[in-house]
Ligand binder design. Structure first.
Ligand code: MG
Length: 216
């Protein structure tokens, strides 16, 4: 079977800014008088900024006003944005550039389906933004992952149906979203979610599209 489009989650698949998010959330939790550990951070993977903050407030046992909630969202994002300004082309994860170039050379469409509201900025810093036919980020969806909307919108933007596309994901919510949308999913970078996907690779370097197509 011929795959006509590849759709990538951003964080943990094309680039890793997990550490940047973690440090920014840790500083946010400190303002609530709470600690925030790597283990707590696991619960935030693939989750929107608003839902992440709700979880942190719950973990802190705090109650905040709507105004303070908004202030904390802005605070977190400013720390995060400041810390990712130094990202460059060398920060794309292993195998990413090769796979994108392979796709381009074979007329395979490329899309991004991410919960991040900073997806466009990050893709620009990595200097790969122009390679994509459709970029759907946290600003372009009404229902977050595990709802399939973000991936369905990306496929639509590429002029393809879910059955023609392959999704790359590192988080449970994202894999569930892709599955719910009728996509085949390759999990990467997170062995804990391998079983939920159609196939698993440690990094995209290990993914061979021609071989995968033959297995379908
Ligand atoms: Mg991710």
């Amino acid at each position: 079977m011929k795959i006509k489009g590849l759709i990538f989650d951003l964080d943990g698949v094309l680039v890793s800014t997990e550490k940047n998010h973690f440090i920014a959330w840790k500083k946010t939790a400190e303002r609530l008088g709470s600690d925030f550990t790597e283990m707590d951070n696991e619960q935030l993977k693939g989750i929107s900024r608003v839902d992440s903050l709700k979880k942190i407030i719950t973990l802190a046992g705090a109650t905040v006003s709507t105004e303070y909630f908004e202030e904390l969202l802005v605070f977190k994002n400013e720390i995060y944005l400041d810390s990712i300004r130094t990202l460059g082309p060398g920060d794309a994860l292993a195998g990413v550039l090769e796979l994108l170039q392979h796709a381009k050379a074979h007329d395979i469409k490329l899309g991004v389906g991410s919960s991040s509201k900073n997806a466009n900025a990050i893709l620009e810093l990595l200097q790969i933004k122009d390679l994509f036919d459709a970029i759907i980020d946290g600003n372009g969806v009404s229902a977050p992952k595990p709802d399939p909307e973000v991936f369905l919108n990306a496929a639509q933007g590429m002029g393809l149906s879910a059955a023609d596309c392959l999704v790359f994901e590192d988080a449970e919510s994202g894999i569930l979203a892709a599955k719910a949308g009728g996509f085949k999913v390759i999990a990467t970078g997170n062995p804990h979610v391998a079983e939920l996907a159609d196939a698993y690779v440690d990094t995209l370097t290990d993914f061979n599209l021609s071989l995968y197509e033959k297995s379908l």
